[in-house]
Design a protein around this ligand. Structure first.
Ligand SMILES: Cc1cc2nc3c(=O)[nH]c(=O)nc-3n(C[C@H](O)[C@H](O)[C@H](O)COP(=O)(O)OP(=O)(O)OC[C@H]3O[C@@H](n4cnc5c(N)ncnc54)[C@H](O)[C@@H]3O)c2cc1C
Length: 520
């Protein structure tokens, strides 16, 4: 066993949150080491050359940025550039076999799907939501408020609709607010997806998990805009890694942590050699379940993931059945497929019985339309495009007893089938081939996420999201509890997505863990 020099902070896992935490702590003069088991940092916020011999850097897992506070970017002096998409979303209407659709952008086309009367209420719903989100957003980088204080803060804005909006978004299942606001099944579906991405729930679930997910989707920087990271997600993590190293943090890759002693010893393996390092503080950038295993604590219950991610490289965008919009418009924002409100409900019910939904609700996003820089000059000149599909309601329970390759194939087929239901030509006809003649398509199931990234049960947020405030009887008596990063052990804090406000590419887990350490 090699004993490394003692240090102030060891961060287990090198996801983007770890990089944020390391930057803040090293900037404050702490000796910081990050231990990452893969050969690169970034975790689920990375770009990859996914296809042999093809110079396209795909955001392999996460793809859009909303919740990364400008304050963190400015504090750390990182160069992260984000681009706004021209359109918000496009949703073909399943009732016409995709021959008509709703394009939401500068001039929304509600009339095209027979929902003109929903146009005003739709805009009004999001205007009202901002009464809550703009007030709550600045609290994300501050010690936790109690629910009562959060309500007071929102009401202090003086908006007469604030209380009612709080209740609609936070106290009652979000399905009610959506149904009250608009009538069209399609428009309701567009709104409902924000409550379901990354969460296996129904919009009327009494647990309100879906409301929390909905709130996080609308909260980012007070506006809820989801922007494209220029250069891909790898550029975001790359900038954070450069900042961490610049402040003096030491980053060790290929270093798998296999045991943690809560008294301050971390054991890891590097180049086949066991190492141990003593430290004052341990930050866990891994999931709470992985942390429990490393410490030897009982495994906490953890919500399962419920999605499949499919990345494709196309020779060109496919033609649509809907001839009233161009592919550039449809793929220019979030392209919802088979995500009507009733379809989402039916898909949930089917998935809950252990079957892959048919059709599988999917949403697509085309990075290269907004930011072609992830493609080589040759690919750009040839008109190639990358698209990424996020298939919903594919819960981790489907993996129980399933052959991983077979499940990946079945889910990929379900995604392609869903996609083809709105295209005028099969997507397979426009797929590029890699250097060995294989189709440029890759899928990542919940099993893959668990195996490759250590994301427990493939949950993209390391487990269920929590409200960004606590209940009045929750203890806030230590820095770790006040910042929402506490564990059962004094020296160990969470710094990843599994911390109270940590979900998504936000750096919030890292920021809040660093603040807890610096305050302690
Ligand atoms: C398919 C997918 C799509 C998503 N889309 C979006 C999106 O568009 N926008 C968004 O905001 N969020 C999205 N998310 C969520 C977001 O990517 C994650 O919540 C976030 O990246 C998690 O960051 P993290 O730093 O907390 O942890 P992670 O990125 O999970 O990093 C944890 C790191 O710990 C390492 N590790 C694990 N075990 C050990 C060990 N024993 N020793 C050492 N290292 C270890 C892992 O290798 C990994 O690098 C998506 C996630 C997925 C999976």
């Amino acid at each position: 066993m090699i004993t490394d020099p003692q240090t102030d902070v060891v961060i287990v896992g090198g996801g983007h949150n770890a990089l944020v935490a390391a930057s803040y702590l090293a900037r404050a003069g702490r000796r910081v080491r990050i231990l990452e088991r893969l050969d690169h940092v970034g975790g689920a916020a990375v770009s990859a050359h996914a296809f042999e011999g093809i110079d396209a850097r795909l955001s392999r897992y996460s793809y859009l940025v909303s919740l990364l506070p400008k304050r963190i970017i400015d504090d750390l002096g990182v160069r992260v550039r984000l681009a706004r998409r021209r359109y918000s979303s496009y949703t073909p209407d399943p009732a016409t076999g995709g021959r008509t659709g709703l394009l939401i952008g500068p001039e929304p086309t509600f009339a095209a799907v027979g929902a003109q009367s929903d146009a005003g209420p739709f805009a009004e719903f999001y205007r009202r939501a901002r009464i809550v989100t703009t007030r709550l957003w600045p609290t994300m980088t501050a010690p936790l408020l109690t629910r009562d204080d959060a309500i007071k803060l929102v009401l202090a804005g003086g908006d007469p609709e604030a209380e009612e909006t709080w209740q609609a978004l936070i106290d009652r299942p979000i399905g009610q607010a959506i149904r009250d606001a608009v009538d069209s099944d399609l428009v309701r579906g567009v709104m409902a997806t924000d409550a379901l991405i990354g969460t296996f729930a129904q919009v009327d679930d009494p647990s309100l998990e879906q409301n929390i997910c909905f709130l996080y989707h609308l909260l980012g920087n007070g506006t809820g805009d989801w922007d494209v990271p220029i250069g891909g997600m790898g550029a975001v993590s790359g900038a954070l890694a450069a900042a961490a190293a610049g402040f003096g943090a030491e980053i060790t890759t290929n270093a798998e942590v296999y045991a943690i002693d809560p008294d301050g010893e971390v054991c890891y393996e590097l180049d086949g050699q066991p190492h141990r390092v003593h430290t004052e503080h341990i930050l866990a950038g891994v999931t709470p379940t992985v942390l429990a295993e490393l410490v030897g604590d009982p495994r906490p219950t953890s919500a399962p993931g419920a999605q499949v991610k499919v990345n494709l490289l196309l020779r060109r965008l496919p033609r649509l059945r809907d001839e009233t919009v161009t592919p550039e418009q449809a793929f220019g924002g979030t392209f919802h497929i088979n995500e009507n409100y009733s379809q989402l409900d039916a898909a949930y019910a089917r998935a809950a019985t252990g079957s892959i939904p048919d059709p599988l609700p999917c949403e697509i996003y085309c990075h290269s339309l907004t930011d072609p820089s992830i493609l080589s000059d040759e690919l750009q000149a040839a008109g190639a495009q990358t698209i990424t599909v996020f298939g919903l309601h594919a819960p981790h329970s489907l993996a129980t007893g399933a052959d991983p390759d077979r499940l990946r194939e079945d889910l990929t087929s379900a995604v392609l089938h869903s996609l083809n239901s709105v295209l005028a030509e099969p997507i397979q006809d426009v797929l590029m081939e890699d250097a060995s003649g294989r189709l440029c398509i890759e899928a990542k199931t919940t099993q893959d996420l668990e195996q490759i990234l250590g994301m427990t049960a493939g949950h993209i947020f390391h487990g269920a999201l929590n409200w960004p405030f606590v209940e009045h009887d929750d203890l806030l008596d230590t820095p770790a509890r006040r910042w929402g990063v506490a564990t059962a052990h004094d020296r160990i804090v969470l710094c990843g997505s599994g911390s109270r406000r940590g979900g998504a590419v936000s750096g919030l887990g890292g920021h809040n863990a660093a603040m807890a350490v610096l305050e302690g």
